[in-house]
Design a protein around this ligand. Structure first.
Ligand code: GLC
Length: 425
């Protein structure tokens, strides 16, 4: 290149700030899948814009469906076709064993950044020594309730599911009698999808009913405690919960609770920030606790959830995509998401950050709930996890909708899981 041309190019780069930022002339276009639950998309847009400005690369956003079950279906189709359409994807905590063959090893790009994150989550994302995804946020099921209504009806926060049902009934009856005819005691997720697996894993944990398949791979779900757990949950439908709950996902329950139409809600941490947003009818009236236990003095179960970011093996821009993943999972971004969106960080030190704790005090109060949450059996069942989960949520849905008894349904589920397992997971 002639020196004069080189000089004028440098001048252009300097004027646009690109040279100063150490950017090579090769700007890439990276497409990222962003979630669409709560504030997922807004945050994804804001932070990818920041990265694009900083690096000179271009980001295109792809809006993923709300249900994790639908997202997985879509990604698996794209992987089967070796599609180059998506570079950066979101990965549910139960997927690494399912989609491992389609993800890039991020170790060469992470420079050890994963060491600041919860080791259990990093281990979950590491297969055969490859770091297949960087943790973005962690999740655990929580109980939300209306403090003002507990006070009005002189109730204390329920510790067991029986206490919850009684409190929900009392408030529901009272509010309905006072004219709020569509008021609900308790809303949760009972649509036939992965979210129901999470809710039901929590009921099983609360009643000591195991975790569907144990860590050794044994199918344990057909047991009397699991029967009790499903029976209890079925007794809520049509009494303290609307029958419509059989078609509710996270956002449906949040809609009802945030509109002031329910006393209790099971949901993930993201609902805290939205429930306290300026335009929320229940702002300042809500509290969060651990989920109830099955017996007095027993332990409540929270399902472990959470999301990671990964780079598709079929991406044509692996280096830029990996850089975006590292930026989106960095302490700065996790801190902002924690403060403004109540997304639980995966970076341990952020649980000691004063600003983070001030915005979501339950991050500190319920720290044990987040670190001891019950995993779904995705590690042990590996590639077969989606089939296992689907069989479980279908069996549970049958019980909740009164189509089968808990005994019959769990017996049938055991047989189905044996078929899926065949000679091994
Ligand atoms: C949340 C959790 C995820 C879970 C999903 C179920 O997004 O983080 O792990 O699979 O809910 O709906």
């Amino acid at each position: 290149m002639k020196t004069s041309i080189k000089r004028s190019m440098q001048a252009v780069l300097l004027a646009t700030g690109l040279l100063g930022a150490g950017i090579s002339a090769q700007a890439a276009t990276v497409t990222i899948a962003c979630g669409s639950v709560g504030q997922d998309y807004e945050f994804c847009k804001r932070h990818t814009d920041e990265w694009a400005k900083k690096t000179g690369h271009t980001v295109k956003l792809f809006t993923a469906p709300a249900s994790t079950t639908d997202i997985l279906g879509l990604f698996r189709q794209m992987f089967a076709a070796k599609s180059t359409d998506l570079d950066v994807i979101m990965v549910d905590v139960v997927w690494p064993g399912v989609i491992k063959d389609h993800l890039v090893d991020l170790k060469p790009y992470s420079k050890g950044a994963e060491k600041a994150h919860f080791p259990a989550i990093v281990a979950n994302n590491t297969i055969n020594g490859k770091l297949l995804a960087m943790p973005s946020f962690t999740d655990a099921g929580l109980m939300y309730y209306r403090k003002d209504l507990l006070e009005k009806y002189k109730l204390s926060a329920p510790k067991t599911w029986d206490e919850l049902a009684a409190a929900a009934k009392k408030i529901q009856d009272g509010e309905r009698a006072a004219g709020a005819t569509d008021f609900q005691g308790y809303v949760f997720q009972a649509k036939a999808y992965e979210g129901l697996t999470c809710d039901a894993v929590e009921w099983l944990a609360a009643y000591n009913g195991g975790s569907i398949v144990d860590a050794k791979g044994n199918i344990t779900v057909n047991n009397p405690n699991a029967v009790k757990a499903l029976k209890t949950a079925a007794s809520w439908v049509g009494t303290i919960s609307p029958t419509g709950v059989l078609n509710y996902a996270e956002e449906d329950s949040r809609g009802v609770f945030q509109n002031g139409k329910a006393a209790f809600m099971r949901n993930w941490p993201y609902a805290w920030s939205l429930g306290n947003s300026a335009d929320s009818p229940v702002k300042g009236k809500i509290a969060v606790s651990a989920l109830p236990s099955g017996t007095v003095g027993g332990k409540g179960g929270a399902a472990l959830g959470g999301w990671q970011l990964a780079v598709s093996k079929y991406s044509k821009n692996v280096a830029a995509s990996a850089d975006l993943v590292m930026f989106m999972t960095s302490p700065e971004i996790q801190k902002e998401r924690a403060i403004k969106g109540s997304y639980n960080p995966t970076i341990m030190s952020l649980y000691k950050d004063k600003e983070v704790l001030a915005a979501s005090p339950f991050f500190g109060d319920l720290y044990d709930v987040f670190t001891n949450a019950s995993p779904r059996p995705s590690t042990v069942t590996g590639l077969k996890y989606p089939e296992v989960s689907q069989a479980f949520w279908n069996a549970t849905h049958e019980v909740l909708s009164g189509k089968a008894t808990a005994e019959d349904s769990l017996k049938g589920l055991e047989a189905k899981l044996k078929q899926i397992k065949r000679t091994g997971w």
